[in-house]
Write a protein that binds this ligand. Structure first.
Ligand SMILES: [Zn+2]
Length: 436
């Protein structure tokens, strides 16, 4: 047998079929084969994790890197270091909050130039669908973006306006013509209001679950009419679940995600003025959180991704009406979700499906999302029983601003391999453009 470049053994190897005791043999950048845990295998390098877990690298399809233009909020170097430290080996960058937003091929070129040579994990890109750029969608698709993001309500930055009803239909028809994917921030602007005060209660009341449900109904209807594949981003309101479930049952091409903060934090626990918890749609009640977990268990929600949307600390003023809306959690998604998933009786196989396999499938990223022969050797050594105290200042995020500061989370990432090589400080991530 030709020697392998790397063999990683673990009695808790998380494969698409579930946890098993295995030796993962790597040749070059790929997983060559899985063998029995104790199989004698010639290898240049061998790691035995014993009872520690071996996970597939996470695929986080919802990350706002913000570079170029708002690199002081987050950039490719810091974001991808944080990703690797959190067990994430692929991110897909959102088209807004950077300047320019990724709404044309020229803007994508600016993104690629900014990212080149800085990435510690693999990075793909979403394009943006905004009023007036429908003719840019096919060229961006041809360049290899994974799909297009749109808003139905104001995005928070003026350079990325929402689509009106007619514009949404036009964009979906355009995408349906080439098999594109639309990913949607679904809140109905007609049901949103200005917060009546600076507190969390007023902020939450200004963005009710009914606004999400109404927007999801509209998106489902248009997906059904146009045949365009759609994905609903960051579902927070449990009111959305029955709409999504009914649509999926009758074959509408609609998938949906939720985020670690909706699954692990709750409105009742937001401290006064602590706007690190502010995001849109908002974190809702404990009872709502239970329903989201049920939606995940049933598969109505298929993906759990971070929606890492950081800012500098000065924008998190202690007023929920005025503060920047966005939660920084890229490095913490795995441990946050694992903490709550384990408490609710879920296994590492569930977490790997929600945070690796399903996002890879949703975004159409080949070779990622599972420990199986032929896939990229994106691997994470994970201690599922460790306790980790979060210190925001010690994270790789550019700004030490996160609602998880001071929490103890379950699990610790020990080593992250990207395509067979440990992530070690020299950036060897690739820019992923789909070949079309
Ligand atoms: Zn987002």
């Amino acid at each position: 047998m030709t020697p392998f470049d790397l063999v990683v053994r673990s009695r808790r190897t998380v494969t698409p079929e579930g946890e098993r005791s295995a030796a993962v043999a790597v040749r070059g950048e790929k997983i060559a084969a899985l063998y029995d845990y104790a199989a004698p295998l010639p290898a240049a390098e061998e790691v035995d994790l014993r009872d520690l877990a071996l996970l597939p690298g996470l695929v986080d399809t919802h990350v706002h890197v913000n570079e170029p233009g708002r690199t002081h909020w987050e950039g490719f170097d810091s974001a991808t270091r944080a990703a690797a430290a959190g067990g994430v080996t692929t991110i897909v960058d959102m088209p807004l909050n950077s300047l320019p937003p990724t709404v044309s091929c020229e803007a994508l070129d600016a993104k690629l130039r900014a990212a080149e040579g800085q990435c510690h994990v693999d990075v793909g890109f979403w394009g943006g669908a905004v009023p007036g750029n429908v003719k840019e969608l096919a060229p961006l698709h041809a360049r290899g973006v994974h799909g297009f993001k749109c808003f139905l309500s104001p995005s928070g930055v003026e350079e990325f306006p929402p689509l009106g009803d007619g514009e949404l239909r036009e964009a979906l028809e355009e995408l349906a013509g080439f098999g594109g994917l639309m990913i949607v921030h679904a809140e109905d602007p007609a049901l949103l209001s200005e917060p009546a005060g600076p507190g969390y209660r007023e902020f939450l009341a200004s963005r009710p679950g009914a606004a999400e449900r109404s927007a999801v109904e509209r998106v489902v209807r248009l997906a059904e009419e146009t045949g365009c594949r759609v994905h609903v981003l960051h579902v927070s309101g449990a009111e959305c679940l029955e709409v999504l479930e009914a649509a999926q049952a009758r074959g509408v091409p609609v998938s949906a995600e939720t985020c670690p903060h909706y699954l692990t934090l709750a409105a009742e626990q937001v401290p006064d003025g602590e706007t690190t918890y502010k995001c849109c749609p908002p974190i809702r009640s404990l009872a709502n959180r239970d329903l989201l977990w049920e939606g995940l268990a049933r598969g109505v929600l298929s993906c759990v991704v971070s929606d890492h949307s950081p800012s500098t600390a000065d924008l998190k003023v202690p007023d929920f009406a005025a503060a920047w809306g966005g939660i920084a959690s890229l490095q913490l998604g795995l441990t946050a979700v694992w903490t709550e998933a384990a408490r609710r009786g879920h296994g590492l196989g569930d977490v790997a499906r929600w945070m690796s396999a399903n996002p890879a499938t949703m975004a159409g990223i080949p070779g990622k999302g599972g420990i199986k022969a032929g896939n990229d050797a994106d691997l994470v050594a994970f201690d599922p029983d460790a306790d980790t105290l979060v210190d925001a200042a010690r994270l790789h995020h550019k700004n030490p601003v996160t609602p998880y500061h001071g929490r103890t989370l379950k699990g610790a990432v020990l080593t992250t391999w990207l395509r067979g090589r440990p992530v070690d400080g020299s950036p060897h991530g690739r820019l992923l453009l789909e070949v079309r």
